[in-house]
Design a binder for this molecule. Structure first.
Ligand code: PLP
Length: 369
């Protein structure tokens, strides 16, 4: 059987009773949309982050888009982010009519290079949108400092960083708001789509609640500003509540897999992921790097080990964003690393013999390059 980068079936078999009980709880509750499970999950997810508000939404892309709108970011506003991210980060900026502005990345962490921020700020800049990519955080302290100095808001894209910490603080607790995805592959994954935005601002919370509900107050059937239908599904919320209780355990298991890879591959000429000082990395992805990446992936595929690249095409090189006017060479580190990175299989229930198989095969492939 092919070795996959991600799979949820082992986990489902282990947690089946709890997951099916979550479904039964909602179906027998008498309330299928915006009921007890969504509001309980919202309180519990906010508490996990030590913030006062959480608003469940339908997916991570809309979490970013609604987060921007709730912070007052709209048409023509510039939002500074990175091109080394999942395209939805940028799709969401585009969806609210704002203009994505890309800065290059730090080659050691693959995260936004904070030294390049100041130079990217213009009179139209409204928002800094760091992406806590692969499972570790952009350092929010210098980011906050730059934002405050220029009067900007900060929206964290936490879709890959549930439970990650930086200098002790959870990802998502330091910006004006933070967007999460619960797409099944994520560190906290639903059994379908889901997302959330957290914030410590009562005003941003109220904006989000209207935005996800057509633009209406829930008890007041009037629209002042048109919104969306972006509610978190009640069944997914109940499943997420159950899984939130196991989040730290999932993370520990990901970290154990990462430790194993690090130990078994540290004497090869792969560049292995490194956690920045002060960061606890949750390894949404385990991203390694090698100049002969394509040869390595082709050789592994012959052994039926099919690995992913996240991401092979930086967003600024995509046809859909050509109108932004970035030419090739404008983000040299992002572009170079996109040709060298690849992801090893990573999920909490990854069997030990699969890890061994990947390690042994990869070592033999590297030995015969
Ligand atoms: C997954 C992801 C998203 C989008 O989340 P969806 O739930 O798939 O809409 C946004 N940003 C990043 C960085 C992601 O990894």
């Amino acid at each position: 059987m092919a070795t996959l980068v991600w799979d949820y079936l082992n986990e489902y078999h282990a947690e089946r009773d709890d997951i099916l009980d979550a479904v039964e709880t909602v179906f027998s509750s008498g309330r299928l949309v915006l009921g007890e499970s969504v509001s309980s999950f919202e309180s519990e997810f906010a508490a996990y982050h030590g913030v006062s508000h959480c608003v469940g939404v339908d997916n991570g892309t809309n979490a970013v888009a609604l987060g921007l709108q709730a912070l007052g970011v709209g048409p023509g506003d510039e939002v500074i982010t990175v091109a080394n991210t999942a395209a939805p980060t940028v799709v969401a900026i585009d969806a609210v009519g704002a203009v994505p502005v890309f800065v290059d990345i730090d080659p050691a962490t693959y995260l936004m290079d904070l030294d390049l921020l100041e130079a990217a700020i213009t009179p139209r800049t409204r928002c800094l949108l760091p992406v806590h990519l692969y499972g570790q955080c952009v350092d929010p302290r210098p980011l906050r400092e730059v934002a405050d100095r220029h009067g900007l808001v900060v929206l964290e894209d936490c879709a890959q960083a549930h439970g990650a910490r930086t200098h002790g603080a959870p990802a998502g607790s330091l910006g004006d708001a933070a967007a999460f995805s619960f797409y099944p592959t994520k560190v906290l994954g639903a059994y379908g789509d889901g997302g959330a935005v957290i914030t410590s601002s009562a005003e941003v919370d109220a904006n989000l609640r209207r935005l996800r509900y057509y633009g209406m107050e829930k008890t007041y059937y009037v629209v002042d500003t048109p919104g969306h239908n972006s509610r978190l599904d009640e069944v997914q919320a109940e499943i997420l509540r159950r899984k939130l209780g196991r989040l730290d355990e999932y993370i520990a298991r990901r970290q154990a897999v990462a430790d194993r890879y690090a130990e078994a591959l540290s004497d090869t000429d792969l560049t292995l992921p490194a956690a920045a000082t002060g960061n606890s990395h949750v390894y949404y992805l385990y991203v390694a790097r090698h100049p002969r990446r394509d040869d390595i992936l082709a050789a592994l595929a012959e052994h039926d080990i099919r690995l992913n690249v996240s991401y092979p095409w930086p967003v600024h090189t995509m046809k859909g964003f050509a109108h932004l006017g970035y030419s090739e060479g404008s983000l040299p580190v992002t572009e170079r690393l996109a040709g060298e990175i690849f992801s090893l299989p990573m999920y909490p229930s990854l069997p030990r013999d699969t890890q061994d198989h990947v390690i042994d095969t990869l070592r033999s492939v590297l030995g015969s390059l």
